[in-house]
Design a protein around this ligand. Structure first.
Ligand code: NDP
Length: 599
């Protein structure tokens, strides 16, 4: 009934406002606006969490399987392989420990806003009980170490070692993996699990090198400078003026801690995030311990089904994510709307989206004492244009007298000087600049991975994973001319909002393929071109996120900063994660390894 207030006129008005806000933020340099954290900026990616740099003799070893990356992807690959009876595994990791995202992102307030009981993998196997409904960064890191210990991964890893290149050596039917420690490691199989959001980026702001104060990126938090810990209490900042650039999912988590610790806090905003209620709570250990065997798989499937718009009997997770998606996909249960066809469904989704965004905008009005600041904190775009956020402290931070929101009306910071940050023509003097500016997305695969991958005849992986020519893979996992290589990631595969779920499914699939290869005494595993072509066609046909939707969104990494991805094959699997996981399971039970050539 209340949908009647959402007249065509009202929708037109909202669309116009969203487009105006988008236009303010469109930039010609789009995804080129960023500075790489290399050369003069390489100190931004040094590891602040190690006591000292390790030095050791170069390795010249040979392994059956090398896994690059010791985040959840690499760890799950190793765990599933160990379970399948593989032992000769070497994990190579540039950081000083396990954890990937959770190794690097230790900033104060770092939380995972996907429910811990679905996010943390293998909870039934480890018996671990997350303390709260939403787990925090230190618990995730602790959990990674528990998982590693349980499956003997500490004996299979080298840390502080960065892969620099990967070459297929045809005569030997093996990969040569070279590292910054001058290692030359041979491997029959290589798993690339280098993380989709692994390479920090900096905005290309004029003068970024002139600043004389202290700076760091959120993914390399400098606790020596700020004091305190993941839980806050950044006591060294009590006499410091801090500037934060960025207001994305990371910024909104650390800003409450900076607000309560710093003498003055200036937050430079280009686009406000959509910040909804989180409502965290302590885990009822009894409840978790009394779940029936198989509960986690059931819960994960239930959660991702809701997020994919699939019918479910109940909402087991029941949080901000599932609420929003149930509303967005309500048309699935409404036979009248289904009859109304694409247009009717599109309109129903648009109205559900608008309701959600109106609620979020109202939250800013309700929580802020100063209504001008509240207005500036209101996001004007559709809910999924940018990463939705959930946090109960962020908005209220601006009620503190020392916390200042510097809204730049979509323009971003003008420049950085030796003393501070200039925005809207005004210089704000600060002692420290925190870059909450995110990670590279949509740049070349090798640049993000940090190493080249050269397949047969020196063919570079860029040829297969090219955004301009179009991605080419089988299930996102295999690429032609790259025998025995497995790529964990998001391209042409089933992407789930519980990213660890998708990674685990990839790991299960990998273990199956390698077990089959072992059974058949195969030396190489490689996809055939015909199957790749079919898969690429499937991705094109299923490309769900319409180009039109993305073009109407404010720029961000979801739409390559407004330079919308033109090729439908550069997408994830549009049928959603559950359909993809089922497809993979069917493929495995069919048993013929269709599309792969084993020699
Ligand atoms: P983002 O890329 O989302 O945000 C970068 C921020 O920097 C944006 O607000 C951007 O503004 C701003 N920015 C860039 N250049 C300028 C400039 N010149 N002037 C002012 N502002 C600027 O990175 P995050 O690290 O916040 O998040 C990355 C991802 O990490 C998330 O999307 C999410 O997937 C993941 N994450 C997940 C969490 C979880 O709970 N599971 C928690 C935290 C992160 P603009 O928006 O205008 O581009």
């Amino acid at each position: 009934m209340d949908n009647q207030v959402y007249t065509e006129e009202k929708l037109k008005e909202v669309r116009k406002k969203y487009l105006e806000e988008r236009d303010k933020r469109l930039r010609e340099d789009a995804n080129q606006q960023w500075k790489e954290t290399s050369g003069d900026f390489s100190y931004f990616v040094e590891d602040p969490y190690i006591d000292q740099k390790e030095s050791r003799e170069p390795l010249q070893t040979k392994h059956q399987i090398v896994i690059i990356g010791a985040g959840f992807g690499g760890m799950l690959a190793a765990v599933r392989l160990v379970e399948a009876g593989f032992d000769d595994i070497l994990i190579i990791e540039k950081a000083g420990g396990f954890g990937g995202t959770w190794y690097w992102n230790r900033y104060p307030g770092a939380y995972c806003d996907v429910e811990s009981y679905v996010y943390l993998p293998m909870l039934e196997e480890t018996g671990f009980i997350p303390k709260e409904k939403y787990t925090n960064a230190s618990e995730c890191l602790e959990y990674c170490n528990i998982l590693a210990k349980k499956y003997g991964l500490f004996e299979k890893v080298i840390f502080q070692t960065e892969v620099v290149s990967n070459k297929w050596v045809e005569e030997k039917n093996e990969w040569l993996v070279e590292t910054d420690k001058q290692d030359a490691i041979s491997a029959q199989f290589v798993v690339h699990s280098n993380g989709p959001l692994n390479r920090p980026k900096l905005p290309g702001i004029n003068g970024i090198n002139d600043f004389k104060g202290h700076t760091f990126h959120t993914s390399r938090w400098d606790y020596e400078y700020t004091g305190g810990s993941h839980s806050g209490d950044l006591s060294n900042l009590k006499d410091k003026r801090v500037g934060v650039i960025g207001t994305g999912a990371t910024a909104i988590q650390c800003i409450p801690h900076l607000g309560s610790s710093a003498k003055e806090l200036y937050v430079f905003q280009r686009t406000p995030s959509a910040v909804d209620i989180r409502n965290n709570r302590i885990t009822d250990a009894n409840w978790l311990q009394n779940q029936e065997s198989g509960w986690q798989a059931k819960r994960r499937r239930n959660y991702e089904s809701i997020i994919s718009g699939l019918p479910v009997e109940e909402d087991l997770v029941d949080d901000g994510w599932t609420d929003a998606f149930k509303d967005l996909f309500a048309f699935m249960q409404d036979s009248d709307l289904l009859k109304a066809g694409v247009e009717g469904i599109g309109k129903a989704m648009e109205i559900a989206d608008l309701k959600k965004m109106e609620k979020i905008r109202k939250l800013a009005s309700d929580l802020l004492e100063d209504q001008e600041t509240a207005e500036n904190l209101k996001p004007y775009y559709r809910w999924l244009c940018k990463r939705p956020c959930f946090n109960d402290d962020y908005l209220k931070t601006y009620n503190l007298s020392n916390a200042h929101l510097i809204d730049t009306n979509g323009n971003g910071v003008d420049k950085i000087t030796s003393n501070g940050i200039v925005a809207n023509g005004i210089e704000y003097e600060v002692d420290c600049i925190v870059f909450a500016t995110g990670f590279e997305v949509g740049t070349d695969y090798s640049r993000r991975a940090g190493y080249d991958i050269l397949g047969r005849d020196g063919l570079n992986i860029e040829e297969k994973f090219s955004m301009t020519k179009g991605y080419e893979s089988l299930f996102g996992l295999h690429a032609k001319e790259f025998p025995n290589a497995f790529f964990f990631g998001i391209g042409q595969t089933g992407f789930s909002s519980t990213y660890t779920y998708a990674l685990d499914e990839q790991a299960i699939h990998l273990a199956y393929v390698l077990s089959k290869a072992r059974e058949k005494c195969a030396i190489t595993v490689e996809p055939v071109q015909e199957s790749i072509d079919e898969w690429v066609q499937t991705i094109i046909e299923k490309a769900r996120i319409s180009k039109e939707f993305q073009e109407q969104c404010t720029p961000g990494y979801y739409n390559l900063e407004g330079a919308v991805n033109q090729l439908p094959q550069n997408n994830t699997y549009g049928g959603g994660p559950i359909e993809f996981f089922d497809l993979m399971e069917e493929w495995r039970s069919e048993g013929s390894l269709k599309g792969l050539e084993l020699k």
